[in-house]
Design a protein around this ligand. Structure first.
Ligand SMILES: Cc1cc2nc3c(=O)[nH]c(=O)nc-3n(C[C@H](O)[C@H](O)[C@H](O)COP(=O)(O)OP(=O)(O)OC[C@H]3O[C@@H](n4cnc5c(N)ncnc54)[C@H](O)[C@@H]3O)c2cc1C
Ligand SMILES: *[C@@H]1O[C@H](CO)[C@@H](O)[C@H](O)[C@H]1NC(C)=O
Ligand SMILES: *[C@@H]1O[C@H](CO)[C@@H](O)[C@H](O)[C@H]1NC(C)=O
Ligand SMILES: *[C@@H]1O[C@H](CO)[C@@H](O)[C@H](O)[C@H]1NC(C)=O
Ligand SMILES: *[C@@H]1O[C@H](CO)[C@@H](O)[C@H](O)[C@H]1NC(C)=O
Ligand SMILES: *[C@@H]1O[C@H](CO)[C@@H](O)[C@H](O)[C@H]1NC(C)=O
Ligand SMILES: *[C@@H]1O[C@H](CO)[C@@H](O)[C@H](O)[C@H]1NC(C)=O
Length: 491
């Protein structure tokens, strides 16, 4: 009887406290995960929310800037897939997305255009190996895997034609650059082939028809009221919590010495920021399962560069150009173009796979730098960038076009910026189920609870999504997930 009374008392006390309290929430970061969390909390009547954003704009790694005659994305660019993708589902009836046509023309570092039938054969071989894996090779890194199967395929197909075989051999550097810019790791020996990512069905390369990825946020957040909750230029330095006490809030301290106290905090800073500040952002330090998760995941960087030309020197229906370096030219590239960083005698100019035409932006070409040199490439001056890329275009395209120097250039600096420290997460070979039964993204996602079981230190962001990590859809869903946990707790 006594037992029952105590039990009943406990229940009513919890219910009473939960029901009467209007919780306060601090969200760290106004990227898509923080904003989606804020939107969902507001929709559920939880009004006392504050979003602290270190930068002076919303969007985080969604950053569309006006350049040329339209918007260019320095961060997220494409909507990857349709079915089940919250980004696609949000805008699908609004005619905002277009199909991306990638260039099919290859140029060789000798300056000649690769025969188009041979180019087609090369593309077919490449796509049959990456991203479409021929067979599950669970124990291999992406690099080992591609090298093995690609070399096998080109030897079978072109083994008797020395000239073609040489070009095909060089094309592996193209494939490596493409793979690294998709996976954004410094090396393809650092990427697991057997990862947990689940691609959405449908078109994987939808573009925003020159209006930029910001279009998604405009539609998704329209009339949500979330914008008014954001405080800009608020860099959080410390998150202090005490899980041993009941109903204890979280104290969030900023670099300008202001403090915010709330019942819940949702941390949405990138994995790069978490890695860099692991020992000073949280007080006490995070539980070891989270520290391990943060360590197990990889966080790389790619660099977007956009070039504007007063007078385009390419055909107006061109989709862009792919570049294939011969092994010899690649290894001599630093002696040909010596300014700027290099690695193993490979100049930084070899770290892109070509140029694409910007969407509905006729005077603009775009490229993505990938691989281990990107942190240094980000720091190259505009003048050297412009010289190097012009040298590159003249080398590959000079026979076919009157290549000129761009009159404007912009590029991203995701690694250099302390509020990002890179572009997005990837799974390292250590992530494989064989060695780790748990998914590191999920380990990071689980909220820290108080002694009484109340979740109060929450984590959202791209790197907390078990199978859509690295994408806008994953980030957006993660914010909705944490808002859902808070809502459920108070309902
Ligand atoms: C070059 C590039 C290309 C990409 N391409 C694609 C693509 O084509 N398709 C796709 O789906 N995804 C792509 N992505 C990934 C996508 O952009 C991200 O997964 C997503 O935008 C991450 O959102 P988020 O809310 O998790 O993090 P963020 O956008 O990083 O948001 C976190 C916010 O926290 C803020 N912050 C950081 N530190 C602090 C602090 N101490 N105090 C306060 N605020 C802080 C940051 O300024 C930021 O605004 C790309 C990313 C990059 C960089
Ligand atoms: C919001 O929460 C904070 C911190 O708990 C509290 O000080 C403040 O009074 C609350 N504001 C409103 C309008 O309830
Ligand atoms: C894969 O790696 C594990 C652990 O390193 C090893 O035990 C196993 O034999 C390997 N399997 C294959 C097919 O190589
Ligand atoms: C926002 O909503 C209003 C109606 O409330 C609508 O007129 C407007 O077009 C919407 N804007 C976007 C970007 O969806
Ligand atoms: C290319 O230019 C021609 C003639 O000016 C124009 O009719 C056509 O629409 C342009 N094509 C593209 C893809 O811009
Ligand atoms: C780079 O070039 C120099 C000079 O030709 C050579 O001695 C050196 O071995 C090369 N390094 C690599 C890593 O290829
Ligand atoms: C390049 O410019 C020269 C001189 O203006 C011209 O004769 C030539 O046709 C141009 N070539 C191309 C490919 O446009």
């Amino acid at each position: 009887m006594k037992c029952l009374t105590t039990f009943a008392f406990l229940i009513s006390s919890v219910l009473l406290t939960n029901a009467t309290k209007t919780p306060s929430i601090v969200i760290i970061g106004a990227g898509t995960s923080g904003l989606s969390a804020g939107k969902k909390l507001l929709e559920n009547g939880i009004q006392n929310i504050t979003i602290l954003e270190a930068e002076s704009r919303i969007g985080g790694r969604i950053n569309s800037v006006y350049f040329g005659e339209n918007y260019v994305d320095l961060g997220a660019t494409n909507c990857h897939g349709e079915k089940g993708n919250i980004v696609y589902e949000t805008v699908k009836d609004l005619n905002l997305l277009g199909d991306t046509q990638y260039p099919k023309d290859f140029y060789y570092s000798s300056g000649v255009k690769v025969d188009s039938k041979f180019s087609e054969e090369l593309i077919k071989i490449m796509t049959s190996i990456y991203p479409n894996m021929v067979e599950p090779a669970k124990n291999m890194s992406l690099g080992d895997y591609v090298i093995k199967y690609y070399n096998k395929a080109i030897n079978e197909k072109f083994g008797s034609d020395k000239e073609k075989l040489n070009i095909a051999k060089g094309a592996i550097y193209f494939l490596e650059t493409v793979a690294l810019s998709d996976e954004n790791s410094p090396s393809w020996f650092d990427i697991t082939i057997d990862n947990d990512f689940i691609p959405n069905e449908g078109n994987t390369w939808l573009n925003w028809k020159g209006k930029g990825y910001k279009t998604f946020l405009e539609v998704f957040l329209n009339n949500s009221g979330v914008h008014e909750k954001v405080i800009f230029n608020k860099e959080v330095k410390k998150v202090s919590y005490d899980a041993s006490k009941k109903w204890q809030g979280v104290t969030v301290s900023c670099s300008d010495n202001t403090q915010y106290v709330a019942d819940h905090v949702i941390v949405t800073t990138s994995l790069g920021v978490l890695k860099e500040n692991l020992n000073n952002l949280f007080e006490p330090e995070l539980p070891s399962v989270k520290r391990k998760a943060i360590d197990r995941m990889g966080f790389g960087v790619i660099m977007t560069v956009a070039l504007h030309y007063e007078n385009p020197w390419w055909e107006n229906d061109s989709k862009g150009f792919n570049f294939i370096w011969s092994k010899e030219d690649l290894e001599n590239s630093v002696s040909e173009f010596s300014e700027g960083p290099h690695y193993n005698n490979r100049s930084w100019i070899t770290y892109i796979c070509g140029f694409v035409k910007a969407d509905l932006n006729p005077n603009v070409l775009i490229a993505w730098f990938s691989g281990n040199l990107v942190p240094e490439i980000e720091l190259i001056s505009d003048e050297t960038l412009s010289d190097g890329l012009t040298y590159l275009n003249k080398k590959f395209l000079g026979h076919a076009y009157n290549v000129t120097k761009p009159d404007k250039i912009i590029h991203s600096k995701w690694r250099a910026n302390p509020h990002f420290r890179g572009s997005y997460s990837f799974q390292k070979p250590e992530a494989e189920k064989r060695d780790n039964p748990t998914n590191a993204e999920e380990d990071l996602a689980v909220p820290i609870k108080n002694v009484d079981g109340r979740p109060f230190v929450h984590f959202a962001g791209e790197a907390t999504h078990a199978y859509y990590f690295s994408t806008v859809q994953g980030a957006t869903e993660s914010g909705l997930r944490e808002a859902g946990i808070i809502k459920k707790y108070y309902s």
